[in-house]
Write a protein that binds this ligand. Structure first.
Ligand code: ZN
Ligand code: CU
Length: 481
């Protein structure tokens, strides 16, 4: 038998969570055409993979790569160098369509860039751009509530929507889902949607009914009100009959440390009667825009970008405040618009949440930050290296499952996230002994160690030591595709 590519004598971890096996994987075109002992086969290209793991390419369950997927291989190096072959964009209520901006968008929408990037009146236009100028990775796109709010309410967003506005958002969401959107996301934590009552969200999310597509949320409150926020999330999902994903699950601020025992018990109980899952990133720090009313002396804060003070990216907020002779709130105001990293979680919570069977790994990386949180370049290898190999939080097979087959199941992808004959050849080859994140909070943009090569639909997309290739084999995916 002849094929395009054979990975020989690999440790095969197939993405299902089942035990590893040793053998070969053969690829022709964009598909896996054989696995197991393929001694009688020959490949156009043969890779001796002894001692290395071949697994499905990782599916990054939570990203803000809406714009990064539009700008070619260099922009996605941060992900392909981790073994990521698919990204879920449009999280936290922020999606690049369907809204056109005439001026700089209100934070946190500006995480995706200034108005020059917001040019897609419909999801169909965004899809067309991705089709004409494909990304090197696959994209699943959620439609963001905040983007719909700007479109329906204009600049006047710090209030509940009227019934007419909510209806308009529902119509726009329905259109976008028909055009290939993968679900609906909210960011109720953020000022431009915090005033939206639960009823408004339910009215918009009504467009999900009957589609099987997801309701995904950066909840209203991940601190003191986390239990009420989980209950609100579950209610929204139940009321419109949609499966739910809680984004970057966490318990913020020192006085809430340890409460993941409560939150996980609540989610687990609900999962008996409705579909609910969550994503998590492997760090005790989060990152988003800088919000002066949210900074706290108990939460060490690092600046990731600042329009008036770009030279202060990477500096601690408290040091900047001390140099300026002001408090951290005043210093934050002077840095705006800006972004920050907040050290606001507990290591034991991060581990408990990550180890829970309902978790998926998502980076939540912010690709346009000048000094980004290291999760952008390191989330997946950090789980494989630090959490699996170094501290033994769970077996490698489970880690891979949380990055592949499980995510594919939650998002309704068939033929991805698994190694079997007939599946699409999105693959990663890595060394389980050396894989590790190199990016950290001091040097946040370093590619991972130990990720040898990444393939998207059978095409080599990233090679360690060489970087991204010219391949652009990524496609827009949606439920069932
Ligand atoms: Zn978020
Ligand atoms: Cu996010």
């Amino acid at each position: 038998m002849r094929c395009d590519l054979i990975l020989r004598d690999a440790i095969i971890i197939d993405g299902t969570g089942g035990p590893r096996s040793r053998g070969d994987v053969a690829v022709t075109g964009d598909r896996i055409v054989g696995t197991g002992d393929l001694g009688a086969w020959s490949g156009e290209r043969e890779v001796i993979a002894t001692g290395k793991v071949v697994s499905p390419g990782f599916i990054d369950a939570h990203t803000h790569d809406d714009r990064a997927v539009l700008c070619g291989p260099a922009c996605m190096l941060c992900k392909m160098s981790q073994g990521v072959t698919t990204v879920v964009v449009g999280n936290c209520g922020i999606s690049l369509s369907p809204v056109r901006m005439k001026s700089r968008p209100i934070p946190p929408l500006d995480l995706l860039g200034d108005e020059s990037w917001w040019t897609f009146d419909s999801f169909a236009e965004y899809r067309e751009r991705l089709t004409n100028e494909p990304s090197p990775v696959n994209t699943l796109a959620l439609i963001g509530h905040m983007s719909l709010r700007v479109e329906a309410m204009g600049g006047d967003m710090l209030r509940p929507a009227t019934d007419g506005e909510a209806h308009k958002m529902q119509t726009r969401l329905r259109e976008a889902l028909q055009q290939g959107g993968a679900g609906f996301s909210t960011g109720l934590y953020y000022p431009p949607s915090h005033q939206a009552p639960t009823d408004e969200v339910i009215a918009v999310a009504e467009a999900l009914r009957g589609t099987g597509k997801l309701y995904v949320t950066h909840m209203r409150d991940e601190g003191d009100g986390v239990i009420a926020s989980i209950e609100e999330t579950l209610k929204i999902g139940r009321d419109v009959g949609a499966p739910v994903v809680i984004s970057h699950h966490k318990c913020t601020f020192p006085h809430n440390f340890g409460r993941s025992t409560e939150t996980l018990a609540l989610i687990e109980k609900a999962s008996a009667s409705q579909k609910v899952d969550f994503d998590v990133y492997p760090y005790v720090a989060g990152s988003t825009v800088l919000m002066p009313d949210k900074v706290k002396p108990t939460v060490p804060t690092k600046i990731t970008w600042s329009i008036p003070h770009p030279e202060l990216s990477g500096r601690w907020l408290k040091d900047i405040a001390a140099e300026w002779g002001v408090d951290i709130i005043e210093a934050s105001k002077r840095l705006l618009p800006a972004g920050a990293i907040y050290f606001q979680m507990d290591e034991a919570d991060v581990r408990r949440i990550m180890a829970h069977p309902l978790s998926m790994i998502g980076s939540d990386g912010l690709p346009h930050d000048a000094f980004p949180h290291p999760r952008l370049w390191g989330a997946f290898p950090r789980v494989l290296g630090h959490y699996v190999r170094d501290i033994g939080l769970f077996p490698l097979e489970i880690a891979v499952h949380k990055m592949t087959g499980r995510v594919a199941d939650v998002f309704g992808l068939t033929d991805r996230g698994v190694i079997r004959t007939g599946a699409i050849a999105d693959l990663v080859l890595f060394d389980p002994e050396t894989v590790r994140d190199a990016a950290d909070f001091d040097n946040p943009t370093l590619p991972a160690d130990g990720i040898a090569e990444t393939w998207v639909a059978g095409q080599s997309a990233y090679v360690h030591g060489h970087g991204a290739t010219e391949a652009r084999a990524g496609r827009l995916l949606t439920k069932g595709a």
